[in-house]
Ligand binder design. Structure first.
Ligand code: ACM
Length: 541
């Protein structure tokens, strides 16, 4: 019935029927949830559903419940939703919607459908407080209108954290008033590599786009109204070529021609220098980012920063000596530490990929710094043991850009096979952790890297229905039963159909979801392990 499955659901006798005269009752503090519910129920039913002090649908607080917890009681005479906080009430409303026939999700009047609900009693609360998705809007820009739709789809699945990967080698997507060239120059590239193979040609087609600060404030507010926190990420010190293209003084110089925004995929050797002026540039950027995003967590990246150019660069070597550092890994840790100090002074928490644990940072970064663990679980274990909070996002469980089957017609297949069932079985807490260490695991997130997703339609194909499985894995306390889940997923797909989500069919990609002739880079589990294991060995434990 519901997805994610609630903690408990008891079906009773009879039904409740929503009719034209129904009203929504909510105290003033729950105006937001009441307005959302009206907006959700009006289009398909055509009912006015006015709100007031009485009504057959009643929304209320229950301070006994956890902030994201709710109860939902449907009786023949009315519906009552109580939440421990605004998020709980909102989730009660989302669950209410799922109890209606799937046509409730259509955005125009539907005739001939009785708007009935079964009599039920639901008690529900999530297992984890971080139920997230990372969306890479840097590799391919997601237009604002599609991003708002994506936020609606997250909210439907009671996901509460949107980690927006806003900058990378291939594009800078956030307007920064102090440095206008970041978007003037950095927000578009001449062309994109077609496929994942190193020999892939370019597509001869410019790609670009960025969000203004007003756009981002709108996105943050829209998400907040749906109980979603937006965590921005400004990548550094690697994955910075778009910034260097805009402001060459950030780079190491010595190139034959000025660097442009990168048109290839993969790990880029062009990284920033570590001069004081560069630290200042990035902290100035973070100041504007903190103005836009109220999130307690601010992402700084930190992953996949090749050190070879630093090793060969005289100025960087002098800098290393000046700072009394021995290795390039320490240099990176020093840089991240500077950003951490800055965020800490502003009352925010640094959020970075697990490479921030390399170079001795694990013991020196501020206590609140939080680690996104992505290459399997080594980072999660090391971070939790060092007393840092962790967001689990192991690539082989929740990288939603990885191929969905081993069929040859999967579009641009990369990584290992990651099925719905693999995602459903995702366990954010590594079994190696003690109960106390496990307390540092805030939850998990699925990562949607978009090198090979050039449109929101393709994001739909990769995200759904795997994101449905992820949402339940992060929500549900206790045992999960995949066979039982698949039955509910079938019903849930009718909701996604009504919403126009172009999810992957269990029969495989539709012809227009395939990319014949575009080469991917599929890995076997052995190839993946051979690549990652030497890298995770560098994490300070
Ligand atoms: C990552 O996938 N580079 C965090």
């Amino acid at each position: 019935m519901l997805l994610p499955r609630p903690t408990s659901l008891t079906i009773g006798e009879g039904v409740f029927e929503l009719t034209r005269t129904a009203r929504i009752a909510a105290p003033g503090e729950l105006f937001g949830a009441a307005a959302w519910l009206q907006g959700a129920l009006r289009p398909a039913t055509g009912f006015p559903l006015e709100s007031g002090s009485d009504g057959v649908i009643a929304l209320e607080w229950n301070p006994q419940l956890p902030a994201e917890g709710y109860t939902l009681d449907v009786e023949p005479g009315g519906v009552r939703i109580a939440g421990g906080g605004p998020a709980g009430v909102f989730y009660g409303c989302q669950s209410l919607l799922q109890l209606f026939p799937p046509e409730i999700y259509r955005r125009g009047r539907v005739v001939g459908v009785p708007w009935t609900l079964p009599v039920v009693s639901i008690q529900d609360a999530p297992r984890f407080g971080w139920r997230g998705v990372m969306l890479d809007v840097a590799r391919h820009f997601m237009p604002k209108h599609d991003l708002l739709r994506f936020i609606d789809l997250m909210a439907m699945h009671r996901l509460n954290t949107l980690h927006l990967h806003l900058t990378d080698d291939q594009g800078w997507r956030v307007e920064i008033a102090r440095y206008p060239r970041l978007t003037e120059v950095g927000s578009w590239r001449r062309e994109s590599q077609l496929g994942a193979a190193s020999y892939s040609r370019g597509d001869s087609r410019p790609h670009g786009g960025f969000y203004t600060q007003d756009d981002l404030r709108e996105i943050v507010g829209y998400a907040m109204d749906r109980a979603i926190n937006v965590v921005p990420e400004i990548e550094s010190p690697g994955h910075t070529q778009a910034a260097i293209a805009a402001y060459p003084e950030l780079g190491l110089g010595g190139d034959d021609e000025p660097l442009g925004v990168w048109t290839r995929w993969g790990i880029d050797d062009n990284v920033i220098n570590l001069e004081e002026s560069t630290v200042e540039f990035f902290t100035n950027v973070l100041d504007e980012v903190m103005e836009i995003f109220p999130s307690p967590f601010i992402g700084v990246g930190g992953d996949e920063c090749p050190k070879n150019r630093w090793r060969l660069d005289e100025r960087t070597q002098r800098r290393k000596e000046e700072l009394g550092l021995e290795t390039e890994e320490e240099l990176q840790a020093w840089f991240i530490r500077r950003l951490d100090d800055h965020l800490y002074r502003h009352g925010r928490r640094l959020f970075g990929w697990e490479e921030i644990l390399e170079g001795g940072l694990g013991s020196s970064v501020s206590e609140g710094a939080t680690v996104a663990s992505w290459r399997g679980t080594a980072g999660a274990i090391a971070a939790a043991r060092a007393g840092h909070d962790v967001v689990s996002c192991p690539d082989d469980r929740v990288y939603l850009d990885y191929r969905q089957s081993d069929r040859a017609d999967e579009p641009i297949p990369v990584g290992t096979v990651l099925t719905i069932s693999d995602v459903y079985r995702f366990e954010p807490v590594p079994p190696e952790l003690t109960p106390e260490e496990a307390g540092h695991v805030l939850g998990g997130q699925g990562n949607i890297w978009t090198e090979h997703m050039d449109s929101p339609r393709t994001v739909d194909y990769f995200a759904f229905p795997r994101l449905c499985a992820l949402a339940e894995a992060l929500w549900l306390e206790g045992e999960r039963d995949y066979d039982e889940f698949t039955g509910r997923l079938d019903q849930h797909l009718a909701r996604l159909d009504a919403l126009g989500v172009e999810y992957r069919r269990s029969s495989g990609p539709l012809p227009w979801q395939q990319r014949p002739g575009v080469t991917g880079r599929p890995l076997t589990p052995q190839q993946r392990a051979a690549y990652f294991e030497p890298l995770t060995a560098r994490i300070d434990r």
